[in-house]
Structure formats: C-alpha cells, structure tokens
Design a protein around this ligand. Structure first.
Ligand SMILES: Nc1ncnc2c1ncn2[C@@H]1O[C@H](COP(=O)(O)OP(=O)(O)OP(=O)(O)O)[C@@H](O)[C@H]1O
Ligand SMILES: [Mg+2]
Length: 265
C-alpha cells in the first residue's frame, strides 16, 4: 500500500538556500550559506562540531529564523510560508524521539493518529516491514538496540509521506553495524523518492549515502559536489581520513560479522 501524502509536490529543487546568515549574540555561525538540493536526492551536509549544521537544519525546519538570506523547502519560503514548509518535512534529531514505554508498532500508530491518517494500523505494519522491524514491532522500545530505535525514529518520520526529510546526525553514537542498518533505511527513503538532507561528521557516512556532499566550514559551504568531484578537490590529508575510517570499519565488521540483509554498494 502507499502511504497518503500530506502535501502535494512542488516543482524546482527540494531545498534552495541563498545567502543564509545567522548569529547568536556575538557568535556568527552562518556567514552566507548557499545550497541547492535536487528533488529525490540524498545530500550530506558535512562539518565539524560547531560548524553550524544543526543551525542550518533548524532554519530549514522553521524552528529558527535566519538573520538574512532566503530558504525555500518544497517550494515554500521558510520565513513566510512556515506552515506549508512544516507540512512538507520531517525532522529527525540526533536523539531518537521515540516513546520507550510503547511498542514500536504503538509508536507508529500514535504518530499516524496524530496526523489524522486513515488506517493507522496498516500504515504502522507497512513501515515495520520496510524497516525490518516486523518481529520487534510488538516489543517495547525500551528493549530495542540503538540501531533499531533509530530505524523506528526514521520510520516515524515517514508517516504522512513528507517529500523532504532532515536527518541530523542519524548515526552518531551508533556502532558500525547499527550505522549500516540506518544507512539501509536512509537508502530506502531515497528509493521511494524522498529528498533527504542529512548532517554528519563522518566522511564515510557521506561517502556511503550521499549523491552530493556539501561541506560547511567557517559559516559557508566551501564545496558542494559529488564524491568524485570532492575527492579531486580535497587536500591529501583529508582524503587520507576518508580512506582510514572504512578500513577500520571493514576490520571490525569482518571480525564481528556484518548485519543481516546487508546491501553494500
Ligand atoms: N541557541 C543558541 N544560542 C547560542 N549559540 C548557539 C545556539 N545554537 C547554536 N549555537 C552555537 O552555534 C554554533 C553552531 O552550532 P550547531 O549546533 O549548528 O553546530 P553543529 O555543526 O550542528 O555541531 P555538532 O556537530 O556538534 O552538532 C556553535 O558554536 C553553537 O554553540
Ligand atoms: Mg549538530
């Protein structure tokens, strides 16, 4: 079954950001961020701690106002059409926003009810299936692993079928196996045509998932391109880091065993 959409699709890029600036008192965080995210793509916003990734996401999700600049999400202006933007998006923060006492299925049914969708049970079952949580669906979330929790969180964000999804550091704090599970879930989203903007500090995560990678540094997007384009641009030291991380992960996974249903690219 298909999950009913809350908003209609609008033409043009899913996300269009121009000249975004934001300061918190004396601290200038964004100094003119420009970014375009094509519809149906996965774009990774990469940057170190404090670079301003969450700030960008919060502005795009209408939780925070920019000082200057414009941002459109699903064709709607975040400043003047906040309600339409909110109907077009879902935001999954770094810490899973699931209810521990409820089962996975109950969490999904609850959100579907809150969104006034018909057949909340059928929607929950479909999402449990898509995110390989059918067996765990009847168990309390308190018994879930970090990866399962995050997968459930992402499944919850899909309810209402928003065309644009923001994932703020979806795998920070997860072990390599759980990260691969979450990556599979994100790829699943993009296969369904959803636009995904994710933030990450992990180069390998961007490498695994993203069609395009934008690097936020000192308040601006200093590069934006495909992995191949970036590899040609980045200084050697940073490329070394890209290569080291997967190698360690490969060792870990070969010793511990990769998760089931693994779909490596
Ligand atoms: N509400 C706020 N008030 C004051 N300063 C803030 C506020 N929100 C963010 N900042 C500051 O803005 C900067 C960017 O923060 P932000 O959370 O966007 O970074 P980030 O790239 O998401 O970092 P991380 O990788 O650690 O999540 C930081 O210096 C932070 O202290
Ligand atoms: Mg952040």
């Amino acid at each position: 079954m298909s999950i009913p959409a809350t908003t209609s699709q609008v033409h043009g890029p899913a996300i269009q950001v121009q000249g975004l600036e934001k300061s918190f008192k004396q601290v200038t965080v964004l100094r003119g961020v420009d970014l375009a995210v094509p519809r149906g793509s996965i774009v990774a916003l990469l940057g170190s701690n404090g670079a301003g990734k969450t700030t960008v996401v919060r502005i795009l999700a209408t939780l925070l106002r920019a000082d200057t600049g414009t941002a459109r999400v699903n064709g709607f202006d975040v400043a003047t059409q906040a309600a339409e933007v909110r109907e077009s998006i879902s935001l999954t923060g770094q810490f899973a926003a699931v209810d521990e006492i409820l089962t996975g299925r109950e969490n999904l049914v609850l959100v579907a009810r809150l969104r006034h969708l018909r057949q909340p049970g059928a929607i929950a079952d479909e999402l449990l299936r898509r995110f390989s949580l059918t067996e765990a669906g009847g168990r309390r979330v308190a018994t879930y692993s970090g990866g399962m929790r995050r997968r459930l969180d992402i499944a919850m964000s899909l309810i209402g079928n928003p065309p644009v999804i923001f994932l703020d550091e979806p795998t920070t704090g997860l072990d390599p196996q759980a990260r691969i599970e979450v990556w599979q879930a994100v790829k699943e989203l993009a296969r369904g045509g959803t636009t995904v903007l994710l933030t990450t500090q992990y180069l390998d995560e961007a490498e695994q998932l993203a069609d395009r990678i934008a690097i936020l540094h000192e308040g601006r997007i200093i590069v934006d391109g495909t992995l191949d384009e970036l590899k040609k641009l980045l200084p050697a030291a940073e490329v070394e880091y890209v290569e080291k991380q997967p190698t360690l992960e490969d060792v870990f996974l070969s010793l511990v065993g990769a998760p089931k249903e693994q779909e490596q690219r």
